[in-house]
Write a protein that binds this ligand. Structure first.
Ligand code: HGY
Ligand code: MN
Ligand code: MN
Ligand code: MN
Length: 405
């Protein structure tokens, strides 16, 4: 039987990013499309029947009963951040496939169907909106807005989805899919230091930090770097630099807050050109949704003041937002009991990262399992999971699925 590591080894060359390091597997780009192919092959080899739904979500079915309604669903995502690690997403998918092998080996006869799923654009790295697939499924995103989303090259989501074999006119809330999700359990690599500090291989998710993404466009006066005196400039890059520092200051003064500018794009982006515009993206998170709202408000207010002083203008656009999620209590207890057999004393752990399980929590009970990452680093090539911990995760997932089937 395959181990999680051997399943992951089979995709370890897909989407390697020679420039950034790590992996760049944007949704519906060729690396992610080949991972979708890989998933279908792996699932089919396990006797699962694979379907793609209207929103591009892959479902691999163990049809244990004559209905798929109220099924037990597990899975994660295969898209990555640019230069991301090997485990964020794929660990959950590979562990679900190995958990199916374990259930079969144990001779488990499910009382309901089981589906292993892959959600598209969880990272929102190509089209900007995180958990795009699960937001479409639950109807919390306007399909017209999604169709018009564009990537860095100006390709629309509609065109990318069509090229991937979807009919973009069918995007949107999927009542059948919602009926089919009886419970959803997602296994994921831990993206912080929690399991290092707890000295445990596996934890049950307790809460998921609320988070939002905003685009701030700062316009100034593009001009020549040599002929424009410093006093005569309205340089959006100078304003942007101050906004980045202001965001850091505002978040640092708010207990538990996180504010990140990981992406900043000057236009036109010439070495000898004073930018006419700078776009930057704010990722702001806090456990209390009202605090997240006030943080972005304060950062925006500061940005307006900075721009007024620098002779620039700032426009803020919200790209996506999700409230803090408290995972389903009953499901958490079931996970605790299931893990009690082989993983006594499994801790619970809050996550600062967002996941599809958070979005799906609006339509079904959801829970998460986290697997130790000994570097405590994620969204980076340094993200890691030891082989034994990866297999412990799959065993833990199989224990949980067995009790829920
Ligand atoms: O951004 C996040 O928190 C997740 O990794 N998509
Ligand atoms: Mn991620
Ligand atoms: Mn993830
Ligand atoms: Mn010139």
């Amino acid at each position: 039987m395959q181990t999680v590591s051997s399943v992951l080894d089979s995709i370890s060359d897909v989407g390697r990013d020679a420039t950034r390091g790590g992996y760049s597997r944007g949704v519906f780009t060729s690396p992610e499309l080949s991972l979708r192919e890989w998933f279908s092959t792996e699932a089919t080899a396990r006797g699962l029947s694979v379907e793609t739904d209207r929103n591009g979500i892959l479902w691999a079915w163990w049809d244990a009963t004559d209905s798929r309604d109220g099924a037990l669903v597990t899975g994660s995502h295969l898209d990555s951040v640019p230069g991301g690690g090997a485990f964020d997403g794929p660990l959950g998918v590979a562990s679900a496939l190995v958990a199916v092998d374990l259930l079969r080996e144990r001779g488990v006869r499910p009382n309901r169907s089981l589906a292993v799923t892959v959600f598209p654009e969880e990272e929102g790295s190509r089209f900007g909106v995180s958990c795009l697939g699960s937001r479409l499924l639950t109807g919390t995103l306007d399909p017209d807005r999604v169709r018009a989303l564009t990537d860095a090259d100006g390709t629309t989501f509609a065109d990318a989805a069509r090229a991937a074999g979807l009919d973009p006119t069918h995007l949107g809330r999927d009542e059948q899919a919602i009926r089919r999700i009886g419970d959803f359990v997602e296994l994921h690599v831990e993206q912080g230091r929690g399991l290092i500090d707890l000295d445990a291989a596996v934890a049950i998710g307790s809460t998921m930090l609320g988070h939002g993404r905003w685009r701030l466009s700062i316009t100034g006066q593009g001009n020549h770097a040599g002929t424009t005196l410093m006093a005569d400039r309205a340089d959006p890059m100078i304003a942007a630099a101050q906004v980045v520092l202001a965001a850091r200051k505002i978040a640092a003064e708010q207990d538990g807050a996180r504010a990140t500018v990981g992406r900043l794009q000057p236009v036109p982006g010439g070495t000898n050109v004073i930018a006419s515009r700078v776009d930057l993206w704010l990722d702001v998170r806090h456990e209390e949704d009202a605090v997240t709202a006030s943080l972005i408000e304060r950062i925006h207010g500061q940005a307006q003041k900075i721009c007024a002083f620098e002779g620039c203008r700032a426009t803020l656009t919200e790209e996506s937002r999700s409230g803090t999620v408290h995972f389903d209590g009953a499901l958490q207890r079931t996970l605790g009991l299931a893990l009690g057999r082989s993983f006594p004393g499994t801790p619970t752990l809050p996550t600062g990262a967002g996941h599809d399980a958070g979005i799906l929590g609006t339509v079904a009970p959801t829970a998460m399992l986290f697997v130790r990452n000994p570097t405590g680093i994620s969204h980076s090539p340094e993200e890691f999971v030891e082989r034994d911990d990866a297999d412990a995760g799959a065993t833990a997932l199989a224990d949980v699925l067995e009790d829920l089937l």
